[in-house]
Every structure is written in C-alpha cells, then in structure tokens.
Design a protein around this ligand. Structure first.
Ligand SMILES: [Zn+2]
Length: 83
C-alpha cells in the first residue's frame, strides 16, 4: 500500500484543515461538470491551494478534475454524496 494513491470512492474524514471541513468528502456534480477523462460525476474534495477552497479528484479515474472556488464551496453541503 502506498500513500500516493488514495482509495477511490472514500468518504472518510481527512485530517481536519481549519476552515475547510469537507476535505476528503465525496460530492456529486451535475453532468455539465462531469470528469473530462471518464465522465464520472463523483469527486473527492482535496486540500485547498492558493485562492481555491478545494481541489477535485475524480472518484473513478483518480485524476485531478479542477478546483472549487469560494462561491461553489458554499453549495458543498448540498452536493455531498453521503450527507
Ligand atoms: Zn475520471
């Protein structure tokens, strides 16, 4: 087991980052925002970086799939796969 590849489709609590409580959580996005590589709609939220509130990692192919800004981050409670 390596640390480099996180398990797919996890919804386990990650180490808590102040102000970013949803790191590690799984969200569902609409088809407009599907993974460009595999078409999957489930994404794990990754750690904030720079101006971005969260990163997105595809829950199926594991590829980085963009960023969540402040405005969209406010909708995260409604997007959680397992609220
Ligand atoms: Zn994908």
């Amino acid at each position: 087991m390596t640390d480099k590849e996180p398990p797919l489709f996890t919804d386990l609590p990650a180490p808590e980052i102040a102000g970013f409580p949803y790191v590690g959580r799984l969200i569902i996005r609409d088809t407009f925002n599907a993974c460009k590589s595999c078409g999957n709609l489930f994404f794990n939220l990754t750690e904030p970086k720079g101006p971005h509130s969260y990163g997105l990692r595809c829950g199926q192919c594991g590829k980085h799939a963009g960023w969540i800004g402040k405005a969209e981050a406010e909708d995260i409670p409604h997007l959680l796969a397992y609220p």
